[in-house]
Design a protein around this ligand. Structure first.
Ligand SMILES: [Zn+2]
Length: 253
């Protein structure tokens, strides 16, 4: 099983990172895709990938909440620090917490979309409270053959239908699908086929039930697969096979 989005290189795991990795592998989760968020995260990512090269794949990118006035200098300085990234991520638009750098976020996203085209790499897109602006950017690049993941998709049926039109893209599904008050399960059942989904934890965030509210970790990923198995009326093994082959194809791993 592949955790396509996990931040286990973050300080939240400094006390017990090796145990976390062991528990994950024990639970059958033996691939971790590490999204980059800012320049400070790079040494931590590289240390983890160096320790577990058989399990880890690293991305390069500047998270929208880390985009400030100096984003271009930051990107120039961080870009070569990840050798052979498997994706550009996580990048995108987030106007939820803070939209001071709205224009800079849009510019940095545009720049990183162009990088993904130039480098022929998938995009791992983080989007919050910015759907119209995201769709604008996607439309501008319609003929570029973009591919990637709408990470942490938690949206409505209308959003799902809108995003399904980007054929190179799949939906990153994590703990939210297990939340009792979430509409995501119904949205997936109605509008998204299983072969347009990949699994992700977004650890340490968004732990699935029954761990909601606590630190998330990759060993919890089978709880997400179990919920998806119910939604699509498939076995967990089938969900694992379908989502893993989609992730392998997308990231060329
Ligand atoms: Zn993330």
């Amino acid at each position: 099983m592949i955790d396509t989005h996990t931040h286990i290189y973050e300080p939240e795991f400094d006390q017990d990172r090796e145990a976390v990795v062991e528990r994950a592998v024990e639970a059958g989760v033996d691939r971790f895709l590490l999204p980059c968020i800012n320049e400070e995260s790079i040494p931590r990512m590289k240390a983890l990938a160096g320790q577990y090269p058989q399990y880890c794949h690293t991305m390069i990118g500047l998270h929208p909440q880390d985009v400030h006035a100096d984003w271009q200098d930051v990107l120039d300085s961080m870009w070569d620090k990840i050798p052979n990234p498997v994706a550009i991520g996580e990048v995108g638009l987030d106007f939820y917490w803070d939209d001071t750098f709205r224009k800079e976020q849009a510019d940095a996203f545009e720049y990183q979309i162009c990088k993904s085209v130039e480098m022929d790499l998938p995009l791992v897109i983080h989007m919050r409270n910015a759907e119209p602006q995201l769709i604008d950017a996607m439309e501008r690049h319609r003929s570029d053959g973009l591919r990637g993941i709408f990470h942490c998709f938690g949206g409505s049926r209308e959003s799902a239908r809108l995003m399904m039109r980007y054929e190179g893209f799949v939906f990153g599904i994590g703990g939210v699908v297990t939340f009792r008050n979430s509409r995501l399960a119904q949205t997936l059942a109605d509008a998204v086929p299983a072969d347009r989904i990949v699994l992700e934890t977004d650890a340490p965030y968004l732990a699935p039930e029954p761990h909601r509210g606590h630190r998330n970790e990759p060993s919890f990923l089978p709880l997400v697969a179990d919920k998806l198995a119910q939604i699509y009326n498939l076995s967990i093994t089938e969900i694992d096979d379908i989502t893993s082959s989609t992730a392998c194809r997308l990231f060329s791993i």
